[in-house]
Design a protein around this ligand. Structure first.
Ligand code: KG4
Ligand code: ZN
Length: 350
């Protein structure tokens, strides 16, 4: 099991901060986290990548059966690491959507059950909001005026953040998400599932300037993205080479994705006149993306908050963090909340 980084708060007295349990089961990671207020005490993630790898993608029924198997041990392990018992929680949170219905249902039902048994509030959390605010997790005092870029397997979003729960959508992908493009290119190249980390690894040995792949919508004047043409360009290139120069294809593809993400995001930061950029989601693990944002933000004098690698991919720490911020803002308990598998960005961000 992976263990997201911990802040050094375990010794801090309970004070008046609520003890929060959070569960995340939106896709194929079974995750639990325990926070004291916004401070992370313990977090565990059981990844099902090995199980789904043999099918080349996530199989929903297999994912839900594995959540059922994994949730209890993941929860027990997190409780042990935090040194707390179930009876001590002041609130329970879980991801409500978007995600796979049969996966969401397991985490949400378990979290609600615990909340009912304890007679404590239940908070449903939006998975994308979790990613969006994850770069603030180790920061105090939390979300501030900024621009957020979420780059995950399912989403590529640029968001103007004004504070907790106060967001405005600037732009999103019109077709594939950035992570989806990485995964599809990985598949075309015969790399294991999910392709993103493998493409990124191969790119380390490749020449990113060898193939001039398209930078779609780079100069579109808005904040929309498009990555499906890039994936198609890779598909057309492959039959022209034998053997395929895998490392150079990976590096050139990665360079094209990163060029567009960095250029459009920095333009959003400039035009919004903010001094903070928060980058999150699975693709924000990408070393080249982190390097390019680090250099560009340094040159521009922008404060860059990159989600810590342990909370880039799916985890419950980010869910607990959003719940903590909402509890602090006096959000009410929502025991009637249901799963929202296809919660769209438009519904969420208005
Ligand atoms: O945020 P996440 O765990 O799940 C979603 O909410 O979608 O993101 C998973 C995505 C996958 O597409 C995966 O291939 C991609 O993040 N990913 C990466 C890297 N690590 C994970 N993409 C590029 N480079 C990486 N190092
Ligand atoms: Zn995610």
């Amino acid at each position: 099991m992976n263990q997201p980084e911990l802040t050094d708060d375990r010794q801090r007295g309970s004070g008046s901060q609520p003890l929060i349990l959070a569960l995340e089961t939106s896709c194929d990671e079974s995750a639990a986290a325990i926070l004291r207020g916004t401070e992370l005490l313990a977090a565990e993630v059981f990844s099902q990548i090995a199980v789904h790898g043999q099918y080349g993608g996530v199989v929903p029924e297999v994912a839900s059966r594995n959540h059922l198997r994994a949730l209890r041990p993941v929860l027990d392990m997190t409780l042990r690491r935090a040194g707390v018992s179930l009876q001590e929680f002041d609130a329970v949170a879980a991801t409500a959507g978007p995600g796979l219905a049969t996966s969401l249902m397991l985490g949400l039902s378990l979290a609600k059950g615990i909340a009912v048994a304890l007679g404590k509030p239940f908070l449903p959390v939006n998975h994308i909001e979790g990613h969006l605010l994850s770069p603030f997790l180790l920061e105090s005092p939390g979300p501030s005026e900024s621009v957020g870029l979420v780059v995950s397997g399912g989403h590529t979003l640029l968001v103007r953040i004004h504070g907790t729960g106060r967001y405005r959508l600037l732009g999103k992908t019109l077709d594939d998400a950035a992570g989806e493009a990485f995964d599809k290119v990985g598949k075309l190249l015969g790399l294991p599932y999910p392709g993103g980390p493998h493409v990124s690894e191969m790119a380390l040995q490749g020449d990113g300037r060898r193939f001039d792949f398209p930078r779609s919508m780079l100069n579109s004047g808005d904040y929309s993205f498009s990555f499906s043409g890039l994936k198609t360009a890779v598909r057309y290139l492959l039959p022209k080479h034998d053997p395929v120069p895998v490392a150079d294809v990976c590096a050139s593809f990665q360079e094209a994705v990163v060029d567009v993400l960095v250029a459009k995001t920095l333009r959003a930061v400039r035009e919004a006149r903010v001094d903070t950029l928060a980058v999150s989601g699975g693709v924000s693990c990408n070393h080249r993306l982190r390097e390019r944002f680090t250099d560009a933000c340094k040159a521009m004098g922008v404060r860059l908050l990159l989600a810590s690698p342990s909370v880039c991919t799916d985890n419950a720490a980010m869910i607990g963090y959003v719940a903590a911020l909402k509890l602090a803002d006096a959000y009410p308990s929502r025991l009637e909340a249901e799963i929202e598998p296809s919660l769209s960005t438009a519904q969420w961000l208005g």
